[in-house]
Design a protein around this ligand. Structure first.
Ligand code: NI
Length: 265
């Protein structure tokens, strides 16, 4: 079994064939999918999707590029959503300095990131972090504000040195399409060195489709391509990669527990 631990099936790119994309994922062996919100509206949408489809779970949060969507009521509204048993994470939250060059607004990103880490702590939920071109500040915040939390740096794009600090905190890294790209020198180096229990696979669909679908719309079924590349880079079998990445995802997001709870009513 594969688990796509990060995607955005609520995205309008899936408006015409969302159920078909979920069915294609199941056919490919991708039995569980975790969708993440980036605004209040998309957080509501992913929580609704998780209620509707048995293999779907959700994370709720405000993305660093969407900080204008954050106000004094946001954390309370996210907490209401997160109370549902199929909402298994707070995310995606974090820092994005690639698109944000203004230092005052970067500070606002940091404050909103920390507030949502506090929410994760209150809700006893793991965290899915977006870090783009903000590796130093992201690590600093994890080290000072999130020592007692569990989580993943999704779509990991930092150095091996930073990854080692992340692993020291007990946090995982999420690997997706860029691992399969020819110009991704850093990512293979990082995944080769990663302890088995520190890696998740994901698509970030509809973005970042892996080779051989690069440039097309991504979808959860393609997480198998990420797993194949991971197996190749690490010298493992596809079955091994499927087994330990699924186990890592179930452990981090407590999915196994929630399935058992649901089955027992
Ligand atoms: Ni994402």
């Amino acid at each position: 079994m594969f688990i796509d631990t990060h995607c955005h099936l609520e995205d309008e790119n899936f408006a015409a064939d969302r159920a078909e994309a979920i069915a294609r994922a199941e056919t490919a062996g991708v039995e569980r999918i975790i969708n993440f919100g980036s605004t209040m509206q998309s957080s509501i949408a992913v929580a609704e999707l998780a209620k509707k489809f048995s293999g779907l779970y959700a994370g709720v949060g405000i993305h660093p590029e969407e900080i204008d969507d954050f106000d004094e009521n946001t954390c309370a509204r996210l907490a209401d959503l997160a109370a549902h048993e199929k909402v298994v994470a707070i995310g995606e939250i974090g820092l994005d300095y690639h698109w944000e060059k203004d230092s005052a607004r970067r500070l606002v990103q940091q404050r909103i990131f920390v507030e949502q880490l506090d929410l994760a702590r209150q809700m006893h939920l793991p965290v899915c972090v977006h870090d783009r071109d903000a590796h130093g500040d992201t690590l600093k915040i994890l080290q000072t504000e999130a020592r007692d939390l569990r989580g993943v740096l999704h779509c990991y794009s930092g150095s091996l040195e930073t990854a080692r600090e992340v692993w020291k905190l007990g946090w995982l890294i999420g690997v997706d399409g860029p691992l399969t790209f020819k110009n991704s020198a850093k990512v293979p180096e990082v995944v080769k060195a990663a302890p088995r229990d520190m890696i998740l696979i994901e698509t970030d669909a509809p973005y970042l489709a892996p080779v051989p679908y690069r440039g097309k719309r991504n979808e959860p079924a393609y997480v198998v391509e990420v797993a194949k590349k991971l197996a190749e880079v690490r010298g493992e079998t596809l079955e091994e990669v499927a087994a330990y990445t699924a186990a890592n995802a179930m452990r981090l997001y407590d999915i196994f527990q929630k399935c058992t709870d649901a089955a027992s009513g």
